[in-house]
Design a protein around this ligand. Structure first.
Ligand SMILES: Nc1ncnc2c1ncn2[C@@H]1O[C@H](COP(=O)(O)OP(=O)(O)OP(=O)(O)O)[C@@H](O)[C@H]1O
Length: 306
C-alpha cells in the first residue's frame, strides 16, 4: 500500500470559497472515525470551508465540552459523556445553523439517535467517516502534544469496539468517506448534501435505503468474507476449497475471528470509496473476485500481527 504524505488541512477548500450567506440550511454533520484518526483535523477543515458559505456554523466536540479522554476507559463515565454530548447537540441544533459533531460517534445506536433527533427538527444530515489505519492512529496518538493522548489500552479498546458507518442505512447516509491519505475532502459534495439534499420526514422508521450496492461492492464483501471463513476452516482442521489464486503467509499462531473480521472491515472500507466513486486506485485494474482475493491476502499479510 502506498504511503501517503501528511496532508495539508487547508489545501482543499480554496477553490470553493464564495460568500453565500443568510441561507436557511439547517443541518447536522456527524463526524466519526477511530480514535486519533484525524477527525478534528477534518472537522476544522470542513468548518473553515462552511464558514465561507454560511454565517452560523457550529462545532461541537469532546474538546469543546471539556470531556476528558479518561471517560473512554470507564463505561459509566463514557455513557454520561455521551449523554452530555447528546443534550448539547440537541440544544445547538436550530433553524439556520449547521452543526458539526466531532466526536468518536462509534456506536451505531448512538448515531441512529442523533439522526432521529435531527429528523425531528427536519434537518438535513450527513456523516463523514474519517478512515485511518490502526497503525497510523497509534502513531498519531503517540506523537500528539495537544494533551489529548489516549492510553494505549483505551486506544486499542476503542478501535476494537468501533462500529463502522454504512451508506446502506438511513442514519449514516449520505456517507462521505475520507481516507487518511486523501489530500482533498469532498467539500462541494458535502455542501450540496446539507444545502440541497432531501429533508427526511420524522418517524419513518429505520429500514435500509433501497439503493442496491454495485456488483463490485458485493464482490468485495463476499470475497473477503469467503477468505476469512476459509482461513478459519483450515485452521480448525476442516480443510477448505482453496479458490484463491494467491498464497498467504500466516503468522505462527492461532488467528481469531474478531481480528480477521476487523481486518476485513478495514479492507472493505479502504476500497469502497474507489468503487462507489467509480474511480480506480493506482495499481488496481478492476474488481473481479481473483484480484480482490489477491489484494485482500496481501492486506492480511501486511496487517496480521506476528
Ligand atoms: N492527515 C494528517 N497528517 C498528519 N497528522 C495528522 C493528520 N490527521 C491528524 N493528524 C495528527 O494526529 C493527531 C490526532 O488528530 P486529530 O485530533 O485530528 O484526531 P481525532 O480523530 O480528532 O482525535 P480524537 O479521537 O482524540 O478526537 C494530531 O496530533 C494531528 O496533528
Amino acid at each position: 500500500m502506498a504511503v501517503a504524505s501528511p496532508l495539508s488541512p487547508w489545501s482543499s477548500f480554496r477553490s470553493f470559497i464564495c460568500t453565500t450567506n443568510n441561507s436557511d440550511e439547517m443541518s447536522l454533520i456527524t463526524v466519526t472515525g477511530y480514535p486519533a484518526s484525524g477527525k478534528s483535523t477534518r472537522a476544522s477543515q470542513l468548518k473553515a470551508f462552511l464558514d465561507s458559505r454560511h454565517n452560523n456554523v457550529l462545532l461541537l466536540s469532546d474538546h469543546s465540552l471539556n470531556i476528558s479522554r479518561d471517560v473512554y476507559s470507564d463505561s459509566r463515565a463514557e455513557k454520561a459523556a455521551r449523554g452530555t454530548l447528546f443534550s448539547s447537540m440537541q440544544r445547538l441544533m436550530s433553524p439556520n445553523a449547521i452543526l458539526i459533531v466531532d466526536a468518536p460517534n462509534y456506536i451505531k445506536g448512538f448515531r441512529y439517535q442523533m439522526y432521529c433527533a435531527a429528523r425531528e427538527l427536519k434537518l438535513r444530515v450527513c456523516t463523514i467517516h474519517v478512515v485511518a489505519k490502526d497503525e497510523q492512529c497509534r502513531e498519531w496518538n503517540a506523537a500528539r502534544s495537544d494533551g489529548e493522548k489516549y492510553t494505549n489500552e483505551t486506544l486499542e479498546n476503542l478501535m476494537q469496539r468501533y462500529e463502522e458507518p454504512s451508506s446502506m442505512v438511513r442514519w449514516d447516509s449520505p456517507l462521505f468517506t475520507v481516507l487518511w491519505s486523501d489530500e482533498q475532502m469532498p467539500l462541494q459534495a458535502i455542501w450540496e448534501a446539507i444545502s440541497e439534499g432531501t429533508v427526511k420526514p420524522p418517524n419513518s422508521g429505520t429500514v435500509a435505503v433501497s439503493k442496491a450496492p454495485s456488483d463490485a461492492l458485493l464482490t468485495l464483501e463476499k470475497t473477503a468474507l469467503s477468505i476469512i471463513t476459509e482461513l478459519m476452516n483450515i485452521q480448525d482442521g476442516y480443510g477448505g476449497t482453496v479458490k484463491l489464486s494467491a498464497q498467504i503467509q500466516l503468522p505462527p499462531r492461532r488467528l481469531t475471528l474478531p481480528e480477521l473480521q476487523r481486518l476485513k472491515r478495514q479492507f472493505v472500507q479502504v476500497h469502497k470509496k474507489a468503487i462507489t466513486l467509480g474511480t480506480v486506485e493506482k495499481g488496481s485494474v478492476d474488481w473481479d473476485e481473483n484480484k480482490i482475493a489477491h489484494k485482500f491476502v496481501v492486506y492480511l499479510e501486511e496487517h496480521l500481527k506476528h
